[in-house]
Write a protein of this length. Structure first.
Length: 131
């Protein structure tokens, strides 16, 4: 599980900023405003950030934004191949537009950076750093 002070930075891509419309599937209609925060594999492994495939794992993280407007619960979710236990993204629990709205509030753009800093084993802060 993550420890207080663990952090990582990701560079935003189109898929992170517009997940509901930037998809390579037609399994559902486009939904504007969705977004997520990528969890690079090396950090998921070193900080033990698991998805629901890991029995007993914490997948819920209380989150506050350093800048912009966001406060809520993020889920560690997704995987790179079926059955993998490491999460590949954070998205707001029950609301895929939560992070998308935060991106809008900070003026996030492709190539911008987001820092994720764990404030405890089950909480974190997000900060948009710009380009």
């Amino acid at each position: 599980m993550p420890k207080k002070g663990d952090s990582f930075i990701v560079i935003l891509k189109s898929a992170h900023l517009g997940w509901g419309t930037y998809r390579h599937t037609d399994t559902r209609d486009p939904i504007y405003g969705e977004g997520y925060i990528q969890i690079p594999r090396k950090y998921a492994e070193s900080f033990h950030i698991y998805n629901v495939n890991q029995p007993g794992a914490n997948t819920r993280y209380f989150c506050t934004a350093v800048n912009g407007y966001f406060s809520g619960v993020l889920l560690a979710q997704g995987c790179s191949k079926a059955g993998d236990v490491y999460a590949k993204q954070f998205a707001e629990e029950g609301n895929l537009k939560g992070i998308g709205s935060w991106y809008k509030s900070v003026g996030a753009v492709e190539g911008g950076k987001v820092r994720v800093t764990f404030t405890s084993f089950n909480s974190l802060a997000i900060e948009y750093l710009g380009r």
